[in-house]
Design a protein around this ligand. Structure first.
Ligand SMILES: [Zn+2]
Length: 321
């Protein structure tokens, strides 16, 4: 049965200590807060912020029984195990399930990319009992009151779902990282969309197909009389879904092409970006961010050397496959 009205409440998790940098979403049908589900959890290190944010909107964190995650990267699902320890069930792409049950490899990969910043930015996830992890296939619908549907959207990660939840008049699409990252505290005038292309799954061809799929979804939902909102985990919502997807496609194409050419010029030997690659990348990226009005501190935090190294390593691995 489709709910009359789903309420979506974004909760800022305080990711990287920056307001607007990362969210989880509390979704409830009507006024029944006890039936609230959580989409995304933020990283483990931000759990206290998320709990406080839930309580501030009168949702008891301990009462959450279902958590849906778009993918298992630790800024999205890092605290899922903490909710599972309180009794929640976690719904995830089949390829992500084993990483929730045994996060060891995920932790190792994240540490390899983020080094000493791991503890500060992510924190340790808790393993989840297999009986509380539910793998959801592409197109499957779960949780009737929310009409939640998993849409496989690989590109940023192989195990990525966008979650659609529908009520009578709206389709809420929780897009994780597949629709990019809006830098925090942007406005309509200073919007800047970043495209995270991390190891080890980055796949531009799959990503473009995922954008096609989301565009078709928007067409179908709007054709069915629903307005569509894309809820990005990082940076806010996009109520003009079509315009957002168009911009995303352009940004992906141009930034991927740049990273690819730097790799092909030999500036990312063995997947390790050298200083020349970072110089060239920043000379390309930062003027664009500056022109868009991105604050210098946000540019440093979100588009700095760590971001560029991640993208170059991701694309280098993609080319080597
Ligand atoms: Zn991610």
């Amino acid at each position: 049965m489709t709910a009359q009205r789903l309420n979506v409440t974004p909760i800022d998790v305080g990711y990287l200590g920056v307001r607007g940098a990362g969210a989880a979403f509390a979704v409830s049908p009507g006024a029944a807060a006890d039936a609230t589900v959580l989409v995304e959890t933020g990283p483990a290190v931000c759990l206290a912020n998320l709990d406080a944010g839930l309580r501030s909107v009168r949702i008891a964190p301990e009462a959450i029984r279902h958590v849906l995650v778009t993918h298992v990267h630790l800024d999205h699902a890092g605290a899922a195990g903490h909710f599972a320890a309180r009794g929640a069930h976690v719904w995830v792409h089949p390829r992500g399930a084993r990483h929730l049950i045994d996060p060891e490899r995920l932790v190792a990969v994240t540490r390899a990319v983020h080094g000493s910043r791991f503890e500060l930015e992510y924190g340790m996830p808790m393993p989840i009992a297999a009986s509380q992890v539910h793998a959801v296939g592409d197109g499957d619908r779960v949780m009737e009151a929310f009409d939640a549907q998993a849409i496989a959207t690989p590109g940023h990660a192989k195990h990525h779902h966008a979650w659609v939840m529908r009520d009578a008049v709206r389709a809420h699409v929780f897009t994780g990282d597949v629709t990019g990252i809006l830098l925090p505290q942007g406005t309509a005038a200073t919007r800047f969309l970043a495209v995270p292309m991390p190891p080890s799954d980055m796949d531009a061809v799959a990503w473009r197909a995922s954008i096609d799929r989301l565009e078709a979804l928007v067409d179908a939902e709007e054709g069915g009389g629903r307005t569509v909102t894309l809820w990005l985990t990082h940076g806010g919502a996009a109520s003009n879904a079509r315009a957002h997807l168009r911009e995303l496609r352009e940004r992906l194409d141009e930034e991927h092409a740049l990273c690819e050419s730097l790799c092909r010029e030999g500036l990312v030997p063995d997947g390790m970006p050298g200083p020349a690659a970072i110089d060239r990348y920043s000379a390309w990226l930062w003027p664009r961010a500056d022109a868009a009005g991105v604050r210098p501190e946000d540019r440093a935090a979100f588009l700095g050397a760590a971001f560029m190294r991640m993208n170059l390593a991701g694309v280098a691995q993609e080319i080597a496959r």
